[in-house]
Design a protein around this ligand. Structure first.
Ligand code: CA
Length: 511
């Protein structure tokens, strides 16, 4: 480890926080709680914002995010291309679709093939190679668990069977020189982390607060977390408002108090929600964690300002995917094209550079890496392996040419066949779909590759997606959407394109 060099004051100067990040090389803070749906942002109820979406915001209290939005570009139609924890993280880090990032399924010991390709060029590799100090705090969940517990060599990090949590050794950290992270672990008030040197910490407090404290230490450079002469890139990955959301063990009491007396008619504003589902009581705890994330994010923003870093720091607030929360009759919070799962917050602030407004560009997960690098002035360093678009010209409105997407691709993979030991091999590419400005379409298949279902929604006239349009009754629309999907699949060099799955289905069934 070369952390030692950061612990020695340079030229007799004390290690202080200020002075890093310039106009040419701004700092970047990327905050992404897990399972935070776009609908759970209070400002969507405000007059300025509500006309940009056709739906009503959840009854959540998010005063800090509301203020942040007022100073930021708010993207109303950002989507999580493959709305699951691990595939999202692989795409965010590499700018590649899951088949190339390596992370095709949620990482756990029975799916060893799904893991971040150690040779992939990550956003942090590029920042690091261009003089940035990079830090990662919170949930990673982009690697298969390995028997590499620093405290018990030759063992997984716990005795859970199968193992989900993971330790990431220094050689697999992709340019992140400061580390305070874990794989995946869902006890919000008893989290744990492995630090840069592989030492485990069990702080016994609300993870969102603890991780914000660590992020503030990083900003202040309290313990030599970063090179004080260099700009920094900090990724902060909160786990809440991810499940569990069943009791006061899962959130802070002060946040729960805001929602405890609300009945279902107040909590569930979406007409597509079924409050007879067993999950219905979860909304109060989910919204409590939304407010908990908001409070801690506000504390982070305050510290950025106090340190004088706000003018030269790009800050993004987003999420890995949404949460259905009883909408569409499903208990699965994610991994579906329904807007509650697919649509994510994407709010980006860069004072003096990005104008405050709401923008409806269809931002996909693969676009994030090239776009963020370009916003930081590293547009010529975007690796050729990145498959997404650089949408910085749209965000900066700088008049540069930009290939604006007319649709966003949706990917749903399930486990491929398992061997006699339960080890999963490959993927079953169950569904592909697209979102255009107006429509959402998903086509799913059976394991025999027969057509299983076609979903088509007119999001302009049916924002809650309650009326599926029949493809046989709307042949021209279906044909047009299939044409766009076919092109997106080819662009992504997706398995559906390579194995001609769509062509076989639609040509056969639509005639
Ligand atoms: Ca997740």
């Amino acid at each position: 480890m070369d952390m030692k060099k950061y612990l020695i004051p340079v030229s007799g100067l004390a290690v202080i926080a200020c002075g890093t990040g310039t106009v040419d090389k701004p700092n970047v803070i990327y905050v992404f709680p897990d399972q935070f749906r776009n609908q759970s942002l209070g400002f969507w109820s405000e007059e300025e914002y509500e006309n940009h979406v056709g739906w009503q915001a959840d009854p959540v209290r998010t005063p800090n995010l509301d203020r942040f939005a007022d100073e930021s570009l708010v993207m109303s139609k950002a989507v999580s291309t493959c709305p699951l924890s691990s595939p999202y993280r692989g795409m965010f880090l590499t700018g590649m679709y899951p088949e190339r990032s390596g992370v095709t399924l949620n990482c756990m010991a029975l799916r060893p093939e799904s893991t971040l390709n150690p040779d992939a060029v990550c956003i942090s590799d590029v920042f690091s190679a261009n003089g940035y100090s990079c830090g990662y705090i919170g949930k990673l969940h982009a690697e298969t668990p390995m028997k590499n517990d620093p405290a018990r060599p030759g063992h997984y990090v716990s005795d859970r069977n199968p193992e989900w949590d993971a330790y990431t050794p220094p050689e697999r950290r992709h340019g992140f020189s400061y580390w305070y992270s874990y794989g995946t672990f869902d006890v919000h008030k008893n989290p744990h982390y492995w630090d840069t040197d592989g030492v485990r910490h069990d702080p016994h407090e609300y993870s969102v607060k603890h991780e914000t404290d660590k992020a503030i230490e990083f900003l202040r450079n309290e313990n030599g977390e970063r090179d004080p002469e260099a700009p920094f890139f900090l990724a902060l990955a909160y786990n809440p408002p991810h499940s569990p959301y069943e009791s006061l063990d899962d959130c802070m009491e002060e946040d729960y108090a805001l929602y405890q007396d609300m009945d279902y008619s107040e909590l569930y504003v979406r007409p597509n929600a079924d409050t007879t589902l067993s999950k219905a009581p979860s909304a109060r705890y989910y919204f409590a964690n939304v407010t908990g994330v908001d409070r801690e994010f506000g504390r982070l923003l305050d510290e950025v300002k106090r340190l004088g870093l706000d003018r030269n720091t790009i800050i993004v607030f987003t999420s890995d995917h949404g949460e259905t929360m009883c909408s569409q009759g499903t208990l699965d919070p994610k991994n579906s094209i329904y807007t509650e799962s697919f649509n994510v917050p994407f709010i980006i602030r860069y004072p003096g550079k990005i104008r405050h407004r709401v923008d409806s560009t269809l931002l996909s997960t693969t676009d994030i890496m090239p776009t963020v690098l370009a916003l930081a002035g590293l547009g010529d360093k975007i690796p050729e392996t990145a498959e997404g678009r650089n949408l910085a010209p749209v965000i900066l409105e700088n008049g540069e040419d930009c290939d604006i997407p007319d649709a966003a691709l949706y990917i749903r993979n399930l486990d491929g066949p398992a061997d006699k030991n339960g080890i999963v091999h490959g993927i079953f590419p169950e569904a592909r779909g697209i979102k255009t400005d107006r429509y959402t379409m998903e086509i799913s298949i059976t394991r025999d590759r027969e057509l299983a279902r076609v979903l088509i929604f007119d999001d302009w006239n049916d924002p809650y997606q309650m009326h599926c349009l029949s493809f046989s009754e709307h042949p021209e629309l279906f044909s047009s959407l299939c044409g766009i999907l076919d092109r997106k699949l080819e662009e992504a060099d997706d398995i559906w394109h390579r194995e001609q799955i769509l062509r076989h289905l639609t040509l056969g069934k639509a005639e």
